[in-house]
Design a protein around this ligand. Structure first.
Ligand code: NDP
Length: 312
C-alpha cells in the first residue's frame, strides 16, 4: 500500500469538494481529492441545472461537475478516483485509507454529500431522469402545466409539493399513513392549496409509460378490506422520503446531529475535531443546493487555510 502525505485531504467530489479543491489549490496548499464512488455527486444524476449562477442557458449536471473538476485540476489539485473506507482522526496527522492508499493529512474536509432515499422500485431506476426525480427545485421547471406526484409526508415532501404547485397544474402528495409528519404550518399550507391533492394511506407499487413516466400504479389501504388498486396519470414522480448523509465512515470520530448530519460550529465548517472540516450536503440538512454546497466548500477551504497557518 502506497503512503502519501498531504496538507489537505478532501473526501468527496460534489460542488463542495471541487470548490474546496479550487480554493485550497489556489492557496498553494496542494490538496488531495479522493473522488468517491460517484464522482461529481448527486448532480451527475440530474439532467439540466438552470439555477447555478453563471450559466444563462443552463448546464447539464455532469457538465457542471466536469467544469468544476477541470477548474480544480487547472490550479494543481491532485484528484484521484478512489474511495475512503476507513479513517483515524484520533491524532494528527489524520489517517485515511482507501483500497490502494494510506493518506496522512494535516487537515481534512469532508464533502461526502447525502443520497436521496428511494422506494426501491425497479421502475425508479428505469425512469430516472425520464420523469423520476428526487429534487423539485432542480427539475420542477420541466413540469410547468403538467401533473406530478410527490411521495412522502414530511417537511421536505410538503415543501417540494408547494414548490411544484406553483409550476405544475396538479400535484398529488402520496402519503403512506393517514397523516402528515410535517410541521403543522407546512401541513396547513399544503392542505390549503387548491391544486395539491393529498392521497393518504397510499403506496406506490410501480410506474408506467412508453419512454417517459405517464403514470403511477397505486394501492390505497394496502392489506385491508378496503384495499384498492388504481393508476394515477402523471408526468413527473418526485421522491421526498428523506436524505441519508454519507457519514458511515466517520461516525466513530465526528459528532452528528440527531438526523445523522455532521454538526458544524455556527455558520462555519469546523467539526468537533480540530483540523477536520465538513462542507456541502453532508453537513447541511436545510438548503442542499449545488450553489450552497459550493459556498460551503469555499468556507471550508478558507477555514483550512487559517488552521494550517496557525499550526505553522
Ligand atoms: P422525514 O424523515 O421527516 O420524513 C420522511 C417522510 O417520508 C415521512 O412522511 C415518511 O413516512 C415518508 N417515508 C419514508 N420512507 C417511505 C417509504 N418507503 N414509502 C413512503 N413514504 C416514506 O424527512 P424530510 O426529508 O421530510 O425531513 C428531514 C428533516 O429535515 C426533518 O427534521 C424536517 O423537519 C427537516 N426539514 C425542515 C424543513 C423546514 O423546516 N423548512 C424543510 C425540509 C426538511 P412516515 O411518516 O410514514 O414515516
Amino acid at each position: 500500500m502506497e503512503t502519501i502525505k498531504t496538507r489537505c485531504l478532501i473526501i468527496g467530489s460534489g460542488p463542495a469538494g471541487y470548490t474546496a479543491a479550487i480554493y485550497t489549490s489556489r492557496a498553494n496548499i496542494g490538496p488531495l481529492v479522493i473522488e468517491g464512488y460517484q464522482p461529481g455527486g448527486q448532480l451527475t444524476i440530474t439532467t439540466d441545472v438552470e439555477n447555478f449562477p453563471g450559466y444563462p442557458e443552463g448546464v447539464s449536471g455532469p457538465q457542471l461537475m466536469d467544469d468544476l473538476r477541470a477548474q480544480a485540476v487547472r490550479f494543481g489539485a491532485d484528484i484521484r478516483s478512489d474511495y475512503v473506507s476507513e479513517v483515524d482522526f484520533s491524532s494528527r496527522p489524520f489517517i485515511a485509507r482507501t483500497e490502494k492508499l494510506e493518506i496522512l493529512a494535516d487537515s481534512v474536509i469532508i464533502c461526502t454529500g447525502a443520497s436521496a432515499k428511494y422506494l426501491g422500485l425497479d421502475d425508479e431506476k428505469k425512469y430516472n431522469g425520464l420523469g423520476v426525480s428526487a429534487c423539485a427545485t432542480c427539475d420542477g421547471f420541466f413540469y410547468r402545466g403538467k401533473k406530478v406526484a410527490v411521495v412522502g409526508g414530511g417537511d421536505t415532501a410538503c415543501e417540494e409539493a408547494l414548490y411544484l404547485s406553483n409550476l405544475a397544474s396538479e400535484v398529488y402528495l402520496i402519503v403512506r399513513k393517514d397523516h402528515l409528519r410535517a410541521s403543522k404550518v407546512m401541513q396547513h399550507r399544503v392542505l390549503d392549496k387548491e391544486n395539491i391533492h393529498v392521497l393518504f394511506n397510499t403506496n406506490t407499487v410501480g410506474l408506467y409509460g412508453a419512454e417517459f413516466v405517464e403514470g403511477a400504479h397505486l394501492v390505497e389501504h394496502v392489506g385491508t378490506d378496503n384495499e384498492r388498486r388504481y393508476d394515477l396519470p402523471i408526468d413527473g414522480f418526485f421522491l421526498a422520503i428523506g436524505h441519508k448523509p454519507n457519514t458511515e465512515v466517520f461516525g466513530e470520530f465526528i459528532t452528528l446531529d440527531h438526523t445523522g448530519y455532521i454538526k458544524v460550529e455556527g455558520a462555519g465548517t469546523a467539526t468537533n475535531i480540530h483540523g477536520v472540516f465538513a462542507a456541502g450536503d453532508v453537513a447541511d440538512p436545510t438548503y442542499r443546493q449545488a450553489v450552497t454546497a459550493a459556498g460551503m466548500g469555499c468556507k471550508a477551504a478558507l477555514d483550512v487555510e487559517r488552521f494550517l497557518s496557525e499550526q505553522a
